[in-house]
Write a protein of this length. Structure first.
Lengths: 610, 282
């Protein structure tokens, strides 16, 4: 279970620059394909054997003599582990050691008996003498590395650019459930032409003959280390941000550097002080197909170093970069360990990215796109609750749409409904900095900060799956009364029924608008917006839903299929999902494309409702 | 008489009266009838009595049953294609096509233009499907064919307005005309409402297609939408006159809009008008 926690900080994004003639559909496909999470770790979901003693892992110091032959790891290395005994004392230490096969383990110079199960990676170490509760045990482990590269996302084993993000230890103890993280030191002896970019704070490298010794140490407890290797030049951008630049691309990375500084500045205002003393931005091979956001270090595909702000792809660079920097707050500062809480890392980091997009574009397009990616992209039968373990076993497209897209959309809805939500979120980060959280912690914190009862919202949209498909029939009395009758019917589905307060915006002939809120539920609703020319159901996407006018051609919810509906559909010809401007009311044929078939549908239904 | 009729129109326009409960014509035999010949109408909901109007002219009947009516077409009935309406218990049927055979006679128009009503064409809400109490045939009369006069309300320079153009006898042809500024916009949509007892839409041009669509969506109600692209005329509308009388042609406020290229509403005026349909003495 806890080993799975290591997964959730990995964020992944499309890295392919859009082609000039690339269709939206193709872009979506590519994004989905490359957004996919890494496969679960092989020990995911395992529970700790009872024979393993209780302890709290305090420190891992990994010493590696990095090879000059283009590989990411040497044949062998040394690991120094410090842990504090818990329970009634500690006689045997259990660790998960996926990739390090120890050949000698010592405690204060005494060689210890150990056994590693090659099938599971479980390593059992019998101590030479029991450790009392609270006593710190130091272990020095020497071993060889095997099988550490099983996919390009987590590891590129060799080549010009290579990286490794999943070496390390996975504590098996449940004794300290909120303190599973540990300090990590990386001592990397590298040839002079090789620069490691790694997690944590960096000390000035020391020359050692024809090599340099690089030392990185975590600023806050963490679970996984990561580093990338390449012939980089390190360019400080400001006191926090530094860019690792490939030497054959010395002009590259300037856009990234400026953006990273802006993102950090923006997040300091939005989320609170940046949690780490430095932030490295380093390239990894494009084959990885992802961005990654471990502590104090962001890894991005090297193609990002070729993009400047004048290119269309700059928007994608901003989205991915701001998402990964968002992980410095969500996962690295406020941590999670439970697989069911993945959205509190990915969804929150994505929310931060959408807020940055709002700043740079002055629109909500990024957030709206995420909303529609979930609502239109997830099959009802496959949908799973956001806060659930089931989300990790869903198909990749559903998993991403739920954790990233719905997760960020939930926070947008809270932003729109919870008073002073920005302040509440900053308070939440401050309160749980350095700790492990759950969804319940977040929910309770909002309630305590605002006095609101959030249980209904969280039960329905966070701990529950699905959303209503609302069939809307609009009728007006023909006596000219200022009244319009809106009949709402939730179509039967796998989930629900749902209840929500939904805004309905009336648009009047003089250009004015007026919004009234009605309670979506099984009962018929009557709204006094009768003088409005047309209606807009939840225009700001405050509720997860699909809108299905009846008749379908009454796309503007005026009560009659007429020329205004034609204008609306004409104006949106060619629009297809995903599109931040999408409105599913306009999709007469409900095929997620607005085209001449929708126009034909309106003409066929012309006059219906009258 | 004029003011009384206008008042009646307003009252009826504000009355909800669901369609479907009036008389319904299933057949008219023969479909082409000579003046002076007998005519049989079959259908349902005719009730115990009422009247039949051909080309807006109320006629005596020789037999009346709930599903059948017999009458004789007057010898002076003007030849040509026209419509027949059954009115029972104040409810008109949908018009049925009828051809009166013989040589057509010229239409003479000598009517005078009527002033607009004092309400300035404000939206009175969607008109009812019900016709005036006498079935859209204001007064029973014996007389010749119908002619229409349309008088536009005073229109500003930037108003979308209607103008009458030459049409066939027994018909009214109107063009919805755009001022230069409006024509340069992107799209136009509107409803046009009239007293269903006066006329019915025969055709709209353009009638439908990729960039324009117009259709009568109920008795006395037309809906239309069009991409403009600089065209000075949005639609040409041809109506068949059904009965004499007077009423307003309106663009109900809730259902009219001019849009810019971002499909956003643009402020524009819509000039409405008054329609008078009267009989021309042969």
């Amino acid at each position: 279970m806890k080993a799975l926690a290591a997964l959730v900080f990995l964020s992944v994004f499309n890295v392919l620059p859009a082609q000039a003639d690339e269709s939206v559909a193709r872009r979506r496909f590519e994004r989905l394909r490359l957004l996919d999470h890494r496969p679960p770790l092989r020990t995911g979901g395992r529970t700790r054997p009872d024979s393993v003693g209780a302890y709290d892992l305090l420190l891992n110091r990994v010493e590696l003599d990095l090879p000059s032959d283009g590989r990411v790891l040497p044949e062998a290395g040394q690991v120094h582990v410090e842990l504090m005994a818990g329970g009634a004392g500690l006689e045997e230490v259990g660790l998960l050691s996926f990739f390090l096969i120890p050949f000698e383990i010592r405690r204060n110079g005494v060689v210890l008996e150990h056994f590693r199960n090659p099938e599971t990676g479980e390593l059992s170490i019998r101590l030479d003498r029991p450790a009392r509760r609270g006593e710190v045990v130091s272990l020095d482990i020497e071993g060889t590395f095997e099988g550490y590269c099983f996919d390009a996302t987590g590891c590129i084993e060799d080549g010009r650019l290579r990286h490794l993000v999943e070496f390390g230890w996975y504590p098996l103890s449940n004794e300290f459930p909120v303190d599973d993280r540990f300090d990590l030191e990386l001592v990397l002896r590298a040839p002079a032409d090789l620069t490691p970019a790694a997690t944590g704070a960096r000390q000035a490298p020391e020359r050692d003959g024809r090599s340099f010794i690089w030392r990185y140490r975590s600023e806050r407890p963490m679970t996984l280390g990561a580093y990338a290797l390449g012939p980089f030049v390190v360019e400080p951008i400001d006191g926090t941000v530094e860019i690792f630049v490939p030497p054959d691309n010395v002009d590259g990375g300037r856009f990234l550097g400026r953006e990273a500084v802006q993102v950090v500045d923006f997040y300091e205002g939005l989320l609170g002080p940046f949690p780490f003393g430095r932030l490295g931005v380093a390239p990894i091979a494009d084959e990885a197909g992802v961005g990654l956001g471990p502590q104090a270090q962001v890894f991005l595909p090297t193609v990002f170093w070729l993009i400047d702000e004048r290119l269309e792809e700059a928007a994608l660079v901003r989205e991915v970069l701001s998402h990964e920097i968002g992980h410095q707050y969500f996962f690295n500062l406020v941590g999670i360990v439970d697989a069911a809480e993945g959205w509190m890392s990915e969804g929150f980091a994505e929310y931060a990215a959408t807020r940055y997009s709002e700043l740079t574009t002055n629109t909500r397009d990024h957030a709206r796109l995420n909303y529609w990616e979930y609502v239109l992209g997830v099959d009802e039968a496959a949908d799973v609750p956001l806060n659930s373990e089931a989300v990790n076993t869903a198909d990749p497209a559903t998993r991403i749409a739920v954790i990233y897209d719905k997760g960020s959309a939930v926070l947008w809805q809270l932003r729109d409904t919870v008073p002073n939500f920005d302040e509440v979120l900053r308070g939440y980060i401050s309160r749980f900095a350095g700790e492990i959280v759950t969804t319940r912690d977040f929910e309770r914190f909002i309630e305590q900060a605002t006095g609101l009862d959030m249980s209904a919202y969280f039960s329905q949209w966070v701990r529950g799956a699905g959303f209503p498909r609302v069939q809307l029939t609009v009728q007006r009395p023909r006596d000219g009364a200022e009244e319009v009758v809106v009949r709402t019917t939730q179509l039967p589905g796998r989930h629900g029924p749902f209840r929500a307060n939904v805004p309905m915006r009336g648009h009047f002939a003089d250009g004015e608008t007026r919004t009234e809120t009605f309670q979506l539920g099984p009962a018929e609703q009557t709204l006094r917006l009768g003088a409005a020319q047309w209606l807009d159901f939840d225009p700001d996407l405050t509720v997860f839903r699909r809108v299905l006018p009846e008749p379908a051609g009454d796309v503007n919810l005026s009560g009659v299929v007429d020329g205004m509906d034609l204008l609306d559909v004409w104006a949106t010809q060619g629009r297809t999902t995903p599109d931040p401007r999408w409105s599913d009311a306009l999709d007469v044929t409900r095929d997620q494309t607005i085209d001449d078939r929708d126009l034909a549908g309106i003409m066929e239904q012309f006059g219906q409702g009258w | 008489v004029i003011y009384r009729f206008l008042l009646l129109f307003f009252l009826l326009a504000c009355t909800d009266d669901p369609a479907g409960s009036g008389p319904r014509i299933q057949s008219v035999l023969p479909g082409a009838v000579a003046p002076g010949a007998a005519l049989r109408i079959e259908g349902e909901g005719f009730g115990d009595g009422g009247h039949v109007a051909i080309g807006g002219r109320a006629l005596p009947t020789t037999a009346w049953a709930p599903s059948r009516i017999d009458l004789v077409v007057p010898a002076d009935m003007r030849p040509g294609r026209t419509v027949l309406v059954v009115v029972s218990d104040g409810r008109p049927s949908a018009p049925a096509e009828l051809e009166v055979t013989g040589d057509p006679r010229p239409l003479v128009d000598s009517g005078r233009v009527l002033p607009p009503p004092p309400d300035g064409g404000a939206d009175r809400g969607p008109p009812t499907d019900a016709a005036p109490a006498d079935g859209g045939v204001p007064d029973a009369f014996e007389g010749g064919p119908l002619v229409a006069e349309f008088l536009s309300d005073p229109a500003g320079m930037g108003d979308i307005r209607m103008q009458q153009v030459d049409g066939q006898p027994g018909e009214l042809v109107l063009e919805v005309v755009l001022p230069r500024d409006a024509a340069a916009r992107w799209g136009l949509a509107f409803h046009l409402a009239w007293d269903r007892g006066l006329m019915t839409l025969l055709e709209a041009s353009p009638a439908g297609g990729a960039e324009a669509h117009a259709a009568e969506i109920g008795g006395g109600r037309l809906a239309a939408g069009r991409l403009l692209d600089g065209r000075p005329t949005a639609f040409r509308l041809r109506f068949r006159l059904l009965g004499r009388g007077e009423g307003r042609l309106t663009f109900p406020v809730r259902y009219r809009t001019l849009r810019d290229r971002q499909n956003q509403p643009v402020a524009v005026g819509f000039a409405e008008g008054t329609l008078r349909v009267r009989e021309v003495q042969p």
